[in-house]
Every structure is written in structure tokens, then in C-alpha cells.
Design a protein around this ligand. Structure first.
Ligand code: GMT
Length: 392
């Protein structure tokens, strides 16, 4: 590592959700560029993958001493952040998700000293769900105001944060990204054969099956489409509403056309065999799966909730309808799936948009700019990317 590079601690929820995926992918990108990246989490981030000499992992162990009714995760994390920061001489902590990570990082900073900077990235449910709880909203506001820099993954989330928490602190927009070396249109015809007949269309939904995802709307849309066009639905993921959805599929007599794949690692491969991504959430600050689909050339049809319209350009890279309007969503799907020329134009536009606006090199550079800014150091020219990298 040369003196231009930074020592960065990253904390996230390592085992599930888009925020963990983004934090891990960002860590990998930063390590590739020569920064030293220390993941400080309760388990190894699930997308960490192969060994890299610049990536380190520090496990947060939680005491289960019998006096404590609840495990002391937050305090264990704060203490681990402080000790790693000191031991490794970290420049900054970049924490993903405000609660409890930003609060823990601020505590660590108090222990270590003001030279340790804290960058907090808001991902959505930390504001749109957790911050609705008044008993905790003051703490989230404090964490945001005291962080050295705060970023959010969409304009909608910035607006929502200002509206619900009345914070005045500047919040930088830094969109999520996809790694174009992993997410790109690939020939998945062999896999597709296992899921559908050649004349059938394939729709896919990937989520954690929580109520905000309105997964039953996905089934409704599929039911309406499959009445008119032979098609299949593939579900990836697990979560609280899964059992309800399995029942709904059975009741509608769709079991032979719907596959439940559970949690899967090779999402890019599954996406590449699909024609359409369905994302019908009622809350979605960004919708990382829609971006992953877009990068594979798969348009999204879904709701115009939260930050989804910033990602999916209606009529260009997908179609969006009001939350719960499954008739309209099904109409859009039928229109798209019965127009091969229009489909191909849209699919190409998807790849182009994912590679330019949500380019991994570009977004990593934006985070680096934030880091150097809070440290009061100019960003070394050698780290700036050539904008042509993100031209497709
Ligand atoms: O709600 C989830 O799906 C999980 C949550 C998370 O913590 O990963 O997702 C949020 O962050 C993602 C990454 O930035 C966004 O793509 C999701 O839109 C956001 N979820 C919600 O806003 C509901």
C-alpha cells in the first residue's frame, strides 16, 4: 500500500440484503484499487469471495454472559471498531445502515480520537421503517448529524430522510452499483431449458420475501400474464411471506408453472435466463435486484415506489405502475413480451444504462471522493478513473 491509499473499516449486515451486498462489493473494488479494507462484522460477508491481499476480516464476538438478558452486539461492535481502528491505524470507518452501525462507529470515534472519520451510508429501511419508531428516531438523527459524511442510495431516500427526521445535514447521493464483470448478458439457454419450454417466457422475482415486497402482487401479475402468454415464474430468496406465497400459488393452480429456488449464489446466471424482473414493492429506496437484472439486459416491471423510478426509466428500461396496480403491471408485461423488436431495444437500453449511470468504477470513485474530503486530503489523480471506462 502506498501513501496515497487509505485504510478503511467497513461495517454492514454481512449475511443478507442489498446493503450487505453493496458494502461487500465496494470493499472489493476499493481493495482492487490498492486501499486496505477491513471488514468488521459478525460473520464473513457472503459475497466476499476469493482472497485478496488488501482485504482483512475482523469478527465481532458477542458476550453471552448470563447477567445480560439481551446480547450486547452494539457494544461489542463499538469496542471492536475502536480496537481495529487503533491496531490497524484506520483512516475511516464506512458504515452501511444507520442503526446500530453509525452509532457504534461514533462511539468508537470518541474512544479513538477525532482523526478517525465516520462515513454513514443510508440504505432505506434504516430510515423508511426503523426511523418511524419514535423511540429510536432521535438516535438515528443524532447518528446522521454527527457522522463526518452521510450518503444515501437514492434522491428519494434523501427526501424521505429529511421529511421523517428533519435533518439538515448534507446528504450526498451515491447510487448503488453493479460489477459489470459479473452482471452482463450471457448465454443462459442451457439453464433456461431446465425452467421453461422454448416457447414460454420467464419472469423472475428475487427478494427477502418481507411484507414491503408485496410478493403476492408478483403472483397476481404472473397469473394475469400467463392467462394470455405461456410463461413461467421463478422465485429466488426466502423470508417471512414465503409460506403465504406458496399457498397463493397452489390456490391459483399455478404450482406447475412456478419454481421456488430459495437462496441462490449465482444470481447473474439466473437473471440472464429471464425475460422480465418483477419488483412490486411498496417501499424500495433503490431496488438493487432491478439493477442487477438491468445489467443482464432484463427489464423490470413493477411499482413506482421510492427510488425505483430513479433506476428504472419508465418506457426505456422497464415499466412502472402505481403500487398494487397489478392489472397495469400485467398489461405492461404483455405488451413487452409480445413485441420482440421493442423488447430487444429495451434490453439493450438496460445494459447501457446499468454500465454508465451505475458503473462500479464510477460509484467507487464517488465514495473515494467522499473519503478524501472528510479526511481533508486531495484525492490523488492516480485514483481518478477514466470516464470512458463507464461508456459501455
Ligand atoms: O429491505 C431490503 O430488501 C433489505 C435492505 C438492506 O438493508 O439491504 O434493502 C435496502 O437497501 C438496498 C441496498 O441499498 C436497496 O436496494 C433496497 O431498496 C433497500 N430496501 C428498502 O428500501 C425496502
Amino acid at each position: 500500500m502506498n501513501k496515497d491509499h487509505l485504510k478503511i473499516g467497513i461495517t454492514c449486515y454481512p449475511t443478507l440484503g442489498g446493503s450487505g451486498v453493496v458494502a461487500t462489493e465496494l470493499g472489493k473494488m476499493l481493495a482492487e484499487k490498492g486501499h486496505e479494507v477491513h471488514f468488521i462484522t459478525h460473520s464473513i460477508p457472503f459475497r466476499l469471495g476469493k482472497f485478496d491481499k488488501n482485504i482483512f476480516y475482523h469478527e465481532v464476538e458477542v458476550s453471552d454472559y448470563y447477567v445480560f438478558k439481551y446480547p450486547l452486539y452494539d457494544l461489542s461492535l463499538a469496542s471492536k471498531l475502536a480496537s481495529v481502528a487503533q491496531m490497524e491505524n484506520l483512516d475511516l470507518l464506512h458504515v452501511h445502515y444507520a442503526i446500530p452501525h453509525a452509532v457504534c462507529a461514533l462511539l468508537a470515534k470518541q474512544m479513538v480520537g477525532d482523526h478517525l472519520k465516520v462515513v454513514t451510508t443510508l440504505h432505506g429501511t434504516d430510515i423508511t421503517v426503523v426511523a418511524q419508531d419514535e423511540s429510536i428516531s432521535d438516535l438515528i438523527r443524532y447518528a446522521i448529524n454527527e457522522s463526518d459524511a452521510v450518503t444515501a442510495v437514492s434522491n428519494d431516500l434523501i427526501k424521505e430522510t429529511r421529511r421523517t427526521l428533519l435533518v439538515t445535514k448534507p446528504i450526498d447521493l451515491t447510487y448503488n452499483f453493479v460489477d459489470k464483470r459479473i452482471y452482463y448478458p450471457r448465454d443462459a439457454s442451457a439453464l433456461r431449458k431446465e425452467y421453461a419450454e422454448p416457447y414460454e417466457k420467464v419472469m423472475i422475482h428475487i427478494s427477502n420475501f418481507r411484507p414491503v415486497k408485496r410478493v403476492s402482487d408478483v403472483v397476481d401479475v404472473f397469473a394475469k400474464v400467463s392467462e394470455r402468454i405461456p410463461s413461467r415464474l421463478v422465485f429466488v430468496g426466502e423470508g417471512p411471506d414465503l409460506a403465504k406465497v406458496v399457498c397463493q400459488v397452489k390456490k391459483l393452480g399455478l404450482s406447475d408453472r412456478v419454481r421456488f429456488c430459495g437462496k441462490q449464489d449465482d444470481v447473474a446466471q439466473l437473471l440472464s435466463m429471464a425475460d422480465v424482473m418483477l419488483l412490486t414493492s411498496e417501499k424500495e429506496s433503490f431496488g438493487l435486484v432491478a439493477l442487477e437484472a438491468m445489467a443482464c439486459g432484463v427489464p423490470t416491471i413493477g411499482s413506482n415506489a421510492g427510488g425505483i423510478p430513479e433506476l428504472v426509466t419508465h418506457g426505456e428500461t422497464g415499466y412502472l405502475a402505481p403500487i398494487g396496480d397489478t392489472d397495469q403491471m400485467a398489461e405492461f408485461a404483455l405488451r413487452l413480451l409480445s413485441d420482440p423488436v421493442g423488447y430487444s431495444i429495451m434490453s439493450n437500453a438496460c445494459v447501457q444504462r446499468a454500465r454508465t449511470v451505475f458503473c462500479n468504477d464510477l460509484i467507487t470513485n464517488q465514495y473515494e471522493e467522499t473519503y478524501y474530503r472528510v479526511l481533508g486530503r486531495p484525492m490523488p489523480e492516480s485514483l481518478r478513473i477514466d470516464k470512458n471506462i463507464c461508456l459501455g
